[in-house]
Design a protein around this ligand. Structure first.
Ligand SMILES: Cc1cc2nc3c(=O)[nH]c(=O)nc-3n(C[C@H](O)[C@H](O)[C@H](O)COP(=O)(O)O)c2cc1C
Ligand code: SF4
Length: 496
C-alpha cells in the first residue's frame, strides 16, 4: 500500500468509486439502528427511514446493523435479522426504492457477541434463557465483576476454531442473500463493540489459535480476513468495507486496548486483503458513548414513558438509575468534538490506497469539504439523519452556504431510549421544531440544478420524499416534528 495523495479542492459534490461502485457524491448516511425488526411491516419501516436520504441526494446509505443469524447476537432491541432468505428477498423493495433515486445502499452485517442482549438485557435474558452467549475468549475481568454485581449475566461459550469458521461463513451467506436482494455493498460491523471488534481487540481476544492477536498488527485481523474470503466466495465481487476501531486507553489494570497505531495497521492489512474501503472510528472497549460523543441524555433517562422499558432492560429501576449515573460520568469523558475521527482517518489515508470514510461529529458543509481529499474520501453522519431524514438536500449542491449545518444537537436522547426498546428517531422537541421550520421553507427539496448535476432524484420523487420525513417519535416530539408555523429559518445551522 502506498497511501492516497491529498487531492486539493475535492468537495462533497464530487463522485467517488468504492470497489468499482460509482457514487454520485461523497456524502453517506452512517449506519444507525432503524429498530425495524423482522415483522410484517419491517421492510416498509426501513423504506420510510432510508428512502428520504436517497431522495434528497445522499450518494450512499448504510442500513443499520443487521444480524447474520436467526437466534441471539442482537446488541439492541428491534434489530433486523438477515438469516431468512424469504425476508431478505423482500428487502429488494428497499433497494429498489433507493436505486430509484440513483443512490446506493450497503447492508451492515453484525453479531453482538458479548454485547448481545442475552448478556446485558435482563428481560430478554429471562425470556431467552436457552440462548448461547458467544465469546471470543474468557470475558475480561471487568465484565466478570459486572456479572457478580448483577449488571450482566455471563455464561459464555468460547468459540472453537470451527465455530469461528462457521460464524464467518454465516457473514458470507448473509452477504450473498443481500447481494441477491439488490444491495450494492457489504459493510461488516467492525467497531460498535460487537463480536468483530471483540476479535480485533486485545481487551477481549486472548485466543491462541489463528484467530488470536496478530503480533505484526497488534489486532486480531484473521476473523475479518476470513469474513472477506467468505463474502468473496459466496457473494462475488461486491464492494466490501468495514469500520475499524481505535479504542480509548483503559485505566491501569483494566486491560490492553487497540490504539491508533494498531488501527492504522489493521486498515493497511484489510486493504491488502480485499476490503474496498475502511471507516476508522474512535471507540472504547466498553458499550459506552465513545462512538456517539455528546451530552448526557437527561431527558430520555427521565422520560416516564420509557420507565418500564428501562426496568425490563436493566432488571430494576435502581439498577437503571445506576446505569444512568454511569452514563452521566462517562459523558464528561466523551464530550462532543467536531469531526473527532478526522486525524485518525488522515493517518489511515496516508497508508492505504482504498477510500477512507470519515464519520463522527461532522456537521457543517465547510468542515466536510475541508476533510475531503485530505483526511477522507467520503464523509458521513449518523444522528443528524434521525433529526433530518432528508438532510442531504441542505448540504449538497454547488451554491450552498458553506456554513450550513445539521440541526442535531448531539444530546443523545435518541440513543439511550433504544435500550428501552424505543424507535430510532430524534427525541428533542426544539431540534424537531427547527427541522419542521426548515421543511416548511422547502429546505429539504434538492434544487433542480443539483438533481441534474449530482443525479439526485428530481421532480416527483423529491416531492414524495419531502412529504415523508421518516418515522416520527411518539407523543410530543412527533407533533413538534411537524413544525412551528411561526418560526423563521434564520440563525445558526438554519441556512436553507
Ligand atoms: C442510536 C444509534 C445507533 C447506531 N447504530 C449503529 C450501527 O448499527 N452500526 C454502526 O456501525 N454504527 C452505529 N452507530 C454509530 C453511527 O454510525 C456513527 O458512527 C455515530 O453516530 C457517530 O456519528 P454522528 O456524530 O454523525 O452521529 C449508531 C449510533 C447511534 C446514535
Ligand atoms: S435526539 Fe435528536 S438532537 Fe439529540 S442526538 Fe438524537 S437526533 Fe440529535
Amino acid at each position: 500500500m502506498t497511501g492516497t495523495a491529498p487531492t486539493a479542492g475535492t468537495t462533497l459534490n464530487d463522485p467517488v468509486t468504492i470497489g468499482g461502485l460509482r457514487l454520485h457524491n461523497r456524502l453517506y448516511r452512517a449506519p444507525l439502528l432503524e429498530c425495524a425488526g423482522n415483522g410484517p411491516d419491517a421492510v416498509d419501516a426501513l423504506i420510510a427511514d432510508l428512502e428520504p436520504a436517497a431522495a434528497s441526494g445522499a450518494g450512499l446509505i448504510h442500513q443499520g446493523a443487521t444480524i447474520v443469524r436467526g437466534e441471539g447476537g442482537c446488541a439492541a432491541p428491534g434489530m433486523t435479522r438477515v438469516h431468512d432468505p424469504a425476508f431478505v428477498a423482500d428487502l429488494s423493495r428497499l433497494t429498489d426504492a433507493i436505486h430509484a433515486h440513483d443512490s446506493r445502499i450497503a447492508i451492515q452485517l453484525e453479531h453482538g457477541g458479548l454485547r448481545s442482549m442475552e448478556v446485558w438485557h435482563a428481560g430478554y435474558r429471562r425470556a431467552n434463557s436457552d440462548l448461547e452467549q458467544l465469546a471470543v475468549s474468557r470475558p475480561p475481568r471487568i465484565l466478570r465483576l459486572l456479572d457478580r454485581l448483577g449488571f450482566l449475566d455471563l455464561s459464555p461459550r468460547i468459540l472453537s476454531t470451527a465455530d469461528v469458521e462457521a460464524l464467518a461463513a454465516d457473514f458470507g451467506r448473509a452477504a450473498a442473500r443481500a447481494v441477491d436482494a439488490g444491495y450494492d455493498a457489504v459493510h461488516v460491523a467492525g467497531a460498535n463493540m460487537g463480536i468483530v471488534q471483540q476479535f480485533c481487540s486485545p481487551f477481549y481476544n486472548r485466543r491462541t489459535d489463528r484467530f488470536g492477536i496478530d503480533p505484526d498488527v497488534g489486532a486480531g485481523v484473521a476473523f475479518l480476513e476470513l469474513v472477506a474470503e467468505e463474502v468473496r466466495d459466496r457473494a462475488g465481487d461486491v464492494p466490501l468495507m468495514t469500520k475499524v476501531p481505535s479504542e480509548r486507553p483503559t485505566l491501569p489494570g483494566i486491560g490492553p486496548h487497540l490504539g491508533d497505531d494498531e488501527a492504522v495497521r489493521t486498515c493497511e492489512r484489510l486493504a491488502e486483503h480485499g476490503y474496498d474501503a475502511v471507516v476508522p472510528v474512535r471507540t472504547s472497549v466498553f458499550w459506552d458513548m465513545s462512538v456517539v460523543r455528546g451530552e448526557f441524555p437527561a431527558a430520555a433517562w427521565r422520560d416516564p414513558r420509557f420507565r418500564d422499558g428501562y426496568r425490563d432492560a436493566f432488571g430494576s429501576l435502581p439498577r437503571a438509575a445506576a446505569v444512568a449515573v454511569g452514563n452521566w460520568i462517562e459523558s464528561f469523558a466523551y464530550d462532543f468534538e467536531p469531526g473527532w475521527n478526522r486525524d485518525l482517518c488522515r493517518r489511515v489515508r496516508e497508508r492505504v490506497d482504498v477510500p477512507v470514510c470519515c464519520e463522527g461529529g461532522l456537521r457543517e458543509r465547510a468542515e466536510m469539504d475541508d476533510a475531503l481529499g485530505v483526511d477522507a474520501d467520503l464523509v458521513g453522519m449518523g444522528r443528524p439523519f434521525y433529526a433530518e431524514p432528508a438532510l442531504p438536500a441542505r448540504l449538497l449542491g454547488h451554491d450552498v452556504d458553506p456554513g450550513v449545518k445539521a440541526v442535531c444537537e448531539n444530546c443523545n436522547n435518541c440513543a439511550v431510549a433504544q435500550a428501552a426498546g424505543e424507535a430510532g428517531v430524534c427525541r428533542t422537541p426544539a431540534v424537531l421544531e427547527r427541522a419542521g421550520r426548515l421543511r416548511k421553507h422547502g429546505a429539504y427539496v434538492p434544487s433542480p440544478t443539483d438533481s441534474i448535476e449530482g443525479g439526485a432524484g428530481g421532480g416527483d420523487e423529491v416531492e414524495a420524499a419531502d412529504g415523508d420525513e421518516g418515522r416520527a417519535a411518539d407523543g410530543d416530539e412527533g407533533r413538534a416534528a411537524d413544525g412551528d408555523e411561526g418560526g423563521s429559518a434564520g440563525g445558526d445551522g438554519m441556512s436553507l
